[in-house]
Design a protein around this ligand. Structure first.
Ligand code: A2P
Length: 345
Protein backbone atom coordinates (compact mmCIF):
# COMPACT_ATOMS: atom_id res chain seq x y z
CA UNK A 1 0.00 0.00 0.00
CA UNK A 2 1.36 3.44 -0.83
CA UNK A 3 0.08 6.92 -0.06
CA UNK A 4 -0.48 10.23 -1.83
CA UNK A 5 1.15 12.96 0.23
CA UNK A 6 0.87 16.75 0.03
CA UNK A 7 3.16 19.22 1.80
CA UNK A 8 1.46 22.50 2.61
CA UNK A 9 4.18 25.13 3.09
CA UNK A 10 6.63 23.23 0.88
CA UNK A 11 8.83 26.28 0.26
CA UNK A 12 9.41 27.06 3.96
CA UNK A 13 12.13 25.97 6.37
CA UNK A 14 10.11 23.00 7.64
CA UNK A 15 8.63 22.23 4.21
CA UNK A 16 12.10 21.94 2.70
CA UNK A 17 13.08 19.51 5.44
CA UNK A 18 9.88 17.50 4.93
CA UNK A 19 10.80 17.08 1.26
CA UNK A 20 14.29 15.96 2.25
CA UNK A 21 12.97 13.46 4.82
CA UNK A 22 10.44 11.96 2.38
CA UNK A 23 13.22 11.64 -0.18
CA UNK A 24 15.52 9.77 2.17
CA UNK A 25 13.27 7.76 4.49
CA UNK A 26 11.27 4.68 3.65
CA UNK A 27 7.82 6.22 3.57
CA UNK A 28 5.58 4.32 1.10
CA UNK A 29 4.96 7.24 -1.20
CA UNK A 30 2.71 7.01 -4.23
CA UNK A 31 2.86 10.69 -5.16
CA UNK A 32 3.97 14.01 -3.72
CA UNK A 33 2.21 17.34 -4.16
CA UNK A 34 3.92 20.57 -3.14
CA UNK A 35 1.70 23.41 -1.98
CA UNK A 36 2.51 26.96 -0.87
CA UNK A 37 1.05 30.44 -1.18
CA UNK A 38 0.24 32.10 -4.51
CA UNK A 39 3.60 33.94 -4.08
CA UNK A 40 5.34 30.69 -4.99
CA UNK A 41 3.30 29.96 -8.13
CA UNK A 42 5.63 28.97 -10.95
CA UNK A 43 8.41 27.76 -8.64
CA UNK A 44 9.71 24.23 -8.85
CA UNK A 45 11.52 22.08 -6.31
CA UNK A 46 13.45 18.91 -6.83
CA UNK A 47 12.53 15.59 -5.25
CA UNK A 48 14.54 12.40 -5.81
CA UNK A 49 15.94 13.89 -9.01
CA UNK A 50 12.53 14.93 -10.33
CA UNK A 51 11.40 18.52 -10.78
CA UNK A 52 8.05 19.11 -9.09
CA UNK A 53 5.90 22.24 -9.48
CA UNK A 54 4.91 24.24 -6.40
CA UNK A 55 1.17 24.77 -6.60
CA UNK A 56 -0.74 27.54 -4.82
CA UNK A 57 -3.08 26.04 -2.25
CA UNK A 58 -6.61 26.21 -3.70
CA UNK A 59 -10.07 24.68 -3.45
CA UNK A 60 -10.02 21.06 -4.58
CA UNK A 61 -6.27 20.64 -4.23
CA UNK A 62 -6.63 17.97 -1.53
CA UNK A 63 -8.77 15.65 -3.64
CA UNK A 64 -6.74 12.50 -4.28
CA UNK A 65 -4.50 13.16 -1.26
CA UNK A 66 -4.20 10.71 1.67
CA UNK A 67 -1.80 12.54 4.00
CA UNK A 68 -1.18 16.30 4.32
CA UNK A 69 1.92 17.49 6.14
CA UNK A 70 1.09 21.11 6.93
CA UNK A 71 3.63 23.72 7.95
CA UNK A 72 2.40 27.03 6.63
CA UNK A 73 1.38 28.85 9.83
CA UNK A 74 -1.68 28.76 12.07
CA UNK A 75 -4.08 30.80 9.97
CA UNK A 76 -3.32 28.80 6.82
CA UNK A 77 -3.92 25.57 8.75
CA UNK A 78 -7.16 26.89 10.23
CA UNK A 79 -8.43 27.61 6.73
CA UNK A 80 -7.15 24.57 4.87
CA UNK A 81 -6.89 21.67 7.32
CA UNK A 82 -10.69 21.23 7.65
CA UNK A 83 -11.00 21.32 3.85
CA UNK A 84 -8.31 18.65 3.52
CA UNK A 85 -10.08 16.48 6.11
CA UNK A 86 -13.40 16.96 4.29
CA UNK A 87 -11.65 15.78 1.11
CA UNK A 88 -10.67 12.56 2.92
CA UNK A 89 -7.09 13.28 3.96
CA UNK A 90 -5.44 13.07 7.36
CA UNK A 91 -3.61 16.29 8.26
CA UNK A 92 -0.48 16.28 10.39
CA UNK A 93 -0.32 19.91 11.36
CA UNK A 94 2.82 21.63 12.54
CA UNK A 95 1.09 24.86 13.54
CA UNK A 96 -0.34 25.68 16.96
CA UNK A 97 -3.88 26.02 15.53
CA UNK A 98 -5.29 22.71 16.79
CA UNK A 99 -2.81 21.55 19.44
CA UNK A 100 -4.98 22.22 22.46
CA UNK A 101 -8.27 21.11 20.88
CA UNK A 102 -9.30 18.17 23.10
CA UNK A 103 -10.25 15.84 20.21
CA UNK A 104 -6.99 16.50 18.36
CA UNK A 105 -4.14 14.18 19.38
CA UNK A 106 -0.86 15.94 20.13
CA UNK A 107 1.78 13.37 19.35
CA UNK A 108 5.46 12.71 19.92
CA UNK A 109 5.92 9.16 18.60
CA UNK A 110 8.55 8.26 21.22
CA UNK A 111 6.19 9.39 23.98
CA UNK A 112 2.48 8.91 23.22
CA UNK A 113 2.09 7.06 19.89
CA UNK A 114 -1.20 5.51 21.05
CA UNK A 115 -2.83 8.97 21.14
CA UNK A 116 -2.72 9.04 17.33
CA UNK A 117 -5.16 6.10 17.14
CA UNK A 118 -8.10 8.31 18.06
CA UNK A 119 -7.60 11.02 15.46
CA UNK A 120 -10.58 12.40 13.58
CA UNK A 121 -8.62 13.73 10.64
CA UNK A 122 -6.17 16.13 12.29
CA UNK A 123 -3.12 15.25 14.37
CA UNK A 124 -1.10 18.10 15.83
CA UNK A 125 2.67 18.19 15.86
CA UNK A 126 3.74 19.85 19.13
CA UNK A 127 5.79 22.99 19.58
CA UNK A 128 9.48 22.40 18.82
CA UNK A 129 10.93 23.09 22.29
CA UNK A 130 8.24 20.87 23.78
CA UNK A 131 8.99 17.98 21.41
CA UNK A 132 12.71 18.07 22.21
CA UNK A 133 12.08 18.29 25.95
CA UNK A 134 9.49 15.51 26.08
CA UNK A 135 11.73 13.08 24.17
CA UNK A 136 14.39 13.53 26.87
CA UNK A 137 12.14 13.75 29.95
CA UNK A 138 9.55 11.05 29.18
CA UNK A 139 11.90 8.07 29.74
CA UNK A 140 12.79 9.47 33.19
CA UNK A 141 9.12 10.20 33.92
CA UNK A 142 8.44 6.48 33.28
CA UNK A 143 10.87 5.47 36.02
CA UNK A 144 9.60 8.04 38.49
CA UNK A 145 6.94 10.66 37.76
CA UNK A 146 8.26 14.19 37.44
CA UNK A 147 6.61 16.45 40.01
CA UNK A 148 7.92 19.77 38.75
CA UNK A 149 9.82 20.78 35.63
CA UNK A 150 11.65 24.07 35.11
CA UNK A 151 13.09 24.86 31.70
CA UNK A 152 15.21 27.64 30.25
CA UNK A 153 15.47 27.57 26.47
CA UNK A 154 18.01 28.91 24.02
CA UNK A 155 16.03 28.93 20.78
CA UNK A 156 17.37 29.23 17.27
CA UNK A 157 16.11 31.59 14.59
CA UNK A 158 14.63 28.76 12.49
CA UNK A 159 11.59 28.59 14.76
CA UNK A 160 10.48 31.82 13.11
CA UNK A 161 10.99 30.41 9.60
CA UNK A 162 13.44 30.49 6.72
CA UNK A 163 13.35 34.29 6.41
CA UNK A 164 14.26 34.68 10.07
CA UNK A 165 17.36 32.54 9.53
CA UNK A 166 18.36 34.85 6.67
CA UNK A 167 17.75 37.86 8.90
CA UNK A 168 20.30 36.70 11.48
CA UNK A 169 22.93 36.11 8.78
CA UNK A 170 22.30 39.53 7.25
CA UNK A 171 22.46 41.21 10.67
CA UNK A 172 25.76 39.46 11.40
CA UNK A 173 27.14 40.82 8.11
CA UNK A 174 25.82 44.29 8.90
CA UNK A 175 27.53 44.28 12.31
CA UNK A 176 30.81 42.97 10.85
CA UNK A 177 30.61 45.76 8.25
CA UNK A 178 30.21 48.34 11.03
CA UNK A 179 26.55 49.01 10.18
CA UNK A 180 23.57 48.97 12.54
CA UNK A 181 21.75 45.62 12.35
CA UNK A 182 18.24 46.00 10.94
CA UNK A 183 15.50 43.95 12.58
CA UNK A 184 12.65 43.07 10.20
CA UNK A 185 10.88 39.89 11.24
CA UNK A 186 12.26 39.88 14.76
CA UNK A 187 11.53 42.95 16.92
CA UNK A 188 15.18 43.39 17.96
CA UNK A 189 18.58 42.53 16.50
CA UNK A 190 19.37 38.85 17.08
CA UNK A 191 22.92 38.60 15.70
CA UNK A 192 25.43 38.96 18.58
CA UNK A 193 22.43 39.41 20.87
CA UNK A 194 19.57 37.50 22.45
CA UNK A 195 16.15 38.40 23.79
CA UNK A 196 13.27 36.78 25.67
CA UNK A 197 10.92 35.10 23.20
CA UNK A 198 8.75 37.75 21.57
CA UNK A 199 5.43 35.87 21.48
CA UNK A 200 2.46 37.64 23.20
CA UNK A 201 2.58 37.87 27.00
CA UNK A 202 -0.24 36.83 29.32
CA UNK A 203 -1.36 38.51 32.56
CA UNK A 204 1.02 36.35 34.58
CA UNK A 205 3.99 37.55 32.55
CA UNK A 206 4.53 34.34 30.57
CA UNK A 207 4.84 34.48 26.81
CA UNK A 208 2.89 32.20 24.49
CA UNK A 209 5.94 30.05 23.74
CA UNK A 210 6.43 29.42 27.46
CA UNK A 211 2.76 28.52 27.91
CA UNK A 212 3.03 26.07 24.99
CA UNK A 213 5.69 24.24 26.96
CA UNK A 214 3.41 24.16 30.01
CA UNK A 215 0.17 23.12 28.33
CA UNK A 216 1.51 20.88 25.58
CA UNK A 217 3.78 18.91 27.93
CA UNK A 218 0.81 18.24 30.20
CA UNK A 219 -1.29 17.06 27.24
CA UNK A 220 1.45 14.85 25.73
CA UNK A 221 2.27 13.25 29.10
CA UNK A 222 -1.43 13.05 30.08
CA UNK A 223 -0.25 14.65 33.32
CA UNK A 224 -2.67 17.49 33.74
CA UNK A 225 -1.33 18.63 37.12
CA UNK A 226 2.34 18.53 36.16
CA UNK A 227 3.97 21.73 37.42
CA UNK A 228 5.93 23.31 34.57
CA UNK A 229 7.55 26.71 34.29
CA UNK A 230 9.69 27.93 31.40
CA UNK A 231 11.74 30.92 30.32
CA UNK A 232 12.10 30.98 26.54
CA UNK A 233 14.89 32.97 24.94
CA UNK A 234 15.77 33.50 21.29
CA UNK A 235 19.50 33.18 20.59
CA UNK A 236 21.55 33.82 17.43
CA UNK A 237 21.81 30.16 16.46
CA UNK A 238 20.48 29.07 13.09
CA UNK A 239 18.55 25.84 13.54
CA UNK A 240 19.03 23.92 16.78
CA UNK A 241 17.45 24.70 20.10
CA UNK A 242 19.12 24.13 23.48
CA UNK A 243 17.38 23.71 26.82
CA UNK A 244 18.47 23.63 30.46
CA UNK A 245 16.00 21.43 32.33
CA UNK A 246 15.53 21.04 36.06
CA UNK A 247 13.40 18.10 37.17
CA UNK A 248 12.03 17.52 40.63
CA UNK A 249 10.85 14.08 41.71
CA UNK A 250 9.25 12.76 44.89
CA UNK A 251 12.28 10.60 45.71
CA UNK A 252 15.93 11.18 44.78
CA UNK A 253 16.64 10.08 41.19
CA UNK A 254 20.19 8.69 41.04
CA UNK A 255 22.25 10.29 38.28
CA UNK A 256 23.59 6.88 37.25
CA UNK A 257 20.05 5.59 36.82
CA UNK A 258 19.12 8.62 34.68
CA UNK A 259 22.18 8.08 32.52
CA UNK A 260 21.40 4.39 32.11
CA UNK A 261 17.79 5.16 31.11
CA UNK A 262 18.74 7.88 28.63
CA UNK A 263 21.49 5.72 27.10
CA UNK A 264 18.85 3.48 25.53
CA UNK A 265 15.91 5.89 25.27
CA UNK A 266 14.42 6.16 21.76
CA UNK A 267 15.33 9.39 19.97
CA UNK A 268 17.97 10.33 22.57
CA UNK A 269 21.75 10.37 22.25
CA UNK A 270 23.78 10.81 25.39
CA UNK A 271 26.64 13.24 24.78
CA UNK A 272 28.91 13.66 27.77
CA UNK A 273 32.66 13.79 28.27
CA UNK A 274 33.20 15.31 31.68
CA UNK A 275 37.00 15.34 31.29
CA UNK A 276 36.82 17.80 28.39
CA UNK A 277 33.59 19.67 29.21
CA UNK A 278 32.15 18.17 26.05
CA UNK A 279 28.37 18.27 26.09
CA UNK A 280 25.56 18.81 23.55
CA UNK A 281 26.01 21.86 21.32
CA UNK A 282 23.52 23.26 18.81
CA UNK A 283 26.11 23.09 16.05
CA UNK A 284 26.48 19.36 16.59
CA UNK A 285 22.72 18.79 16.92
CA UNK A 286 22.16 20.43 13.53
CA UNK A 287 21.03 17.90 10.92
CA UNK A 288 20.75 15.10 13.48
CA UNK A 289 17.60 13.12 14.21
CA UNK A 290 18.35 12.53 17.89
CA UNK A 291 17.96 14.89 20.81
CA UNK A 292 21.44 15.22 22.33
CA UNK A 293 21.36 15.07 26.14
CA UNK A 294 24.14 15.60 28.67
CA UNK A 295 25.35 17.34 31.83
CA UNK A 296 23.06 15.09 33.86
CA UNK A 297 23.73 15.95 37.47
CA UNK A 298 22.15 16.03 40.87
CA UNK A 299 20.57 19.39 41.68
CA UNK A 300 22.71 20.85 44.47
CA UNK A 301 19.75 22.80 45.78
CA UNK A 302 17.31 19.90 46.13
CA UNK A 303 17.80 16.25 47.15
CA UNK A 304 15.14 15.08 44.67
CA UNK A 305 16.26 17.34 41.82
CA UNK A 306 18.05 16.47 38.60
CA UNK A 307 19.62 18.86 36.10
CA UNK A 308 20.15 18.16 32.41
CA UNK A 309 21.04 19.95 29.22
CA UNK A 310 19.84 19.13 25.72
CA UNK A 311 20.16 20.26 22.12
CA UNK A 312 18.03 19.25 19.16
CA UNK A 313 17.55 20.27 15.57
CA UNK A 314 14.50 22.50 15.65
CA UNK A 315 13.56 21.98 12.01
CA UNK A 316 14.16 18.24 12.08
CA UNK A 317 13.00 16.53 15.31
CA UNK A 318 11.43 19.80 16.48
CA UNK A 319 9.14 19.86 13.44
CA UNK A 320 9.57 17.95 10.16
CA UNK A 321 10.96 14.65 11.44
CA UNK A 322 8.34 14.41 14.18
CA UNK A 323 5.62 14.97 11.55
CA UNK A 324 7.05 12.32 9.23
CA UNK A 325 7.38 9.90 12.15
CA UNK A 326 3.68 10.46 12.90
CA UNK A 327 2.87 9.70 9.25
CA UNK A 328 5.01 6.55 9.45
CA UNK A 329 3.21 5.54 12.65
CA UNK A 330 -0.20 5.96 10.98
CA UNK A 331 0.95 3.80 8.08
CA UNK A 332 2.49 1.13 10.29
CA UNK A 333 -0.63 0.85 12.47
CA UNK A 334 -3.09 1.35 9.61
CA UNK A 335 -4.46 4.47 11.31
CA UNK A 336 -4.36 6.75 8.26
CA UNK A 337 -8.15 6.80 8.02
CA UNK A 338 -10.04 7.86 11.16
CA UNK A 339 -11.35 4.77 12.95
CA UNK A 340 -15.02 5.31 12.13
CA UNK A 341 -14.24 5.97 8.46
CA UNK A 342 -12.03 2.86 8.34
CA UNK A 343 -14.79 0.78 9.98
CA UNK A 344 -17.49 2.08 7.64
CA UNK A 345 -15.48 1.19 4.52
P1 A2P B 1 5.44 30.91 0.35
O1 A2P B 1 6.88 30.56 0.19
O2 A2P B 1 4.67 30.81 -0.92
O3 A2P B 1 5.21 32.19 1.13
P2 A2P B 1 8.53 29.57 6.86
O4 A2P B 1 7.96 28.96 8.12
O5 A2P B 1 9.89 29.11 6.55
O6 A2P B 1 8.37 31.06 6.86
O7 A2P B 1 7.59 29.02 5.66
C1 A2P B 1 6.22 29.22 5.60
C2 A2P B 1 5.60 28.36 4.51
O8 A2P B 1 4.20 28.56 4.53
C3 A2P B 1 6.06 28.73 3.11
O9 A2P B 1 6.08 27.56 2.30
C4 A2P B 1 4.96 29.66 2.66
O10 A2P B 1 4.79 29.72 1.25
C5 A2P B 1 3.76 29.00 3.25
N1 A2P B 1 2.65 29.93 3.41
C6 A2P B 1 2.63 31.08 4.10
N2 A2P B 1 1.42 31.68 4.01
C7 A2P B 1 0.66 30.87 3.24
C8 A2P B 1 -0.69 30.91 2.77
N3 A2P B 1 -1.50 31.94 3.08
N4 A2P B 1 -1.14 29.91 1.99
C9 A2P B 1 -0.34 28.88 1.67
N5 A2P B 1 0.95 28.76 2.09
C10 A2P B 1 1.44 29.76 2.86
Amino acid sequence: KSYRVAILGATGAVGTELIDLLATRNFPLESLKLLASPRSAGRTLSFRGETLPVEPVAEGCFNQVDVVLASAGGSTSKTWAPKAVAAGAVVIDNSSAFRMVPEVPLVVPEVNPEAAATHQGIIANPNCTTILMTVAVWPLHQVQPVERLIAATYQSASGAGARAMEEVKIQAQQILNGQDPKPELFPYPLAFNLFPHNSPLNDQGYCQEEMKMVNETRKIFSAHDLRVSATCVRVPVLRAHSEAINLEFKQPFPVEKAREVLQTAPGVKLVEDWSTNYFPMPMEATGKDEVLVGRIRQDLSHPCGLELWLCGDQIRKGAALNAVQIAELLVEKDWVKPREVALSQ
